[in-house]
Design a protein around this ligand. Structure first.
Ligand code: SAM
Length: 250
């Protein structure tokens, strides 16, 4: 008999294991999520909407409206770095982290072509040593990573924010939107564990996002706006976009 739970980390690892048959990013700290995303990014010519090298429309709008300004930024689950590259081109000092070395290699190629400076890190953002992912960051951007995490890893996510987001700093988040038959699963957390399957990502309501990020101040929460193919921006309507701010230190 192999009974190993002794710490909270052991519990989290055990819960990761319940999604053992799941072939996507839910399995943090294991190779499976990485392998899934490596295969996902292997063919750069696939018609995946977010393979375009365009920033999210909401992120560009935050800059245009002066809600965020050049600062130290982290692109969390950066993929091929489209938002990281945009921020770097606008004068931000950018770190970008992703589980998949295939994705970060693509991001590095793009950054070189564009002549912008982004520090790409490869690994599980929640277990990378603090020496590599130390922050503090004034802006954390997450476009589509959070909704691929299993429920128990929200605690790891909030722990990371707590560690790296500077007082007064912002979280710019996009996630699958529940409620209109769009992308993402609307099963309860308990049902996800019963099935051992993350269903390709979790859909969130505005209320659930507000509840999860209730230690932060909501600046804006709205649907992403659709952008036409010829636009310089990325926009699809099945995502929530949110901007949260961490309170200033007392
Ligand atoms: C839907 S993709 C979005 C990629 C990118 N943000 C974009 O919008 O183009 C989600 C990304 O999150 C990454 N990811 C998932 N879990 C992660 C983790 N624990 N640490 C770092 N990256 C992670 C995946 O490798 C994948 O590239």
């Amino acid at each position: 008999m192999n009974r190993t739970v002794r710490s909270v980390e052991d519990v989290l690892a055990l819960l990761d294991g319940l999604f053992a048959s799941e072939s996507e990013a839910g399995r943090l700290g294991t190779g499976d999520g990485k392998d899934f995303w490596d295969r996902f990014y292997a063919d750069r010519s696939r018609p995946v909407p977010f393979f375009v090298s365009k920033p999210d429309e909401n992120l560009a709008a935050h800059l245009d409206r002066g809600l965020i300004a050049p600062c130290r930024a982290l692109d969390l689950g950066c993929g091929a770095g489209r938002n990281a590259l945009y921020l770097a081109s606008r004068g931000f000092q950018v770190d970008a982290v992703d589980l998949s070395p295939v994705a970060t290699a693509w991001g590095k190629d793009r950054a070189q072509e564009a002549g912008v400076d982004v520090r790409f890190l490869c690994g599980d953002a929640f277990t990378l040593p603090a020496a590599e992912l130390s922050g503090p960051y004034d802006l954390v951007v997450d476009s589509g990573c959070f909704h691929h995490l299993p429920p128990h890893r929200r605690t790891s996510y909030l722990g990371l924010l707590d560690r790296v987001l500077a007082p007064g700093g912002h979280l710019a988040l996009t996630s699958f939107a529940a409620g209109d038959g769009g992308m993402g699963s609307e099963l309860t957390d308990a049902e996800l564990y019963r099935r051992g399957d993350l269903q390709g990502g979790l859909a969130y309501t505005p209320e659930s996002l507000r509840w999860i990020f209730s230690d932060l101040v909501e600046v804006e929460l709205r649907r992403m706006r659709e952008e036409p193919p010829e636009s310089e921006l990325f926009g699809v309507t099945f995502l929530w976009t949110a901007l949260f701010r961490r309170g200033a230190a007392a």
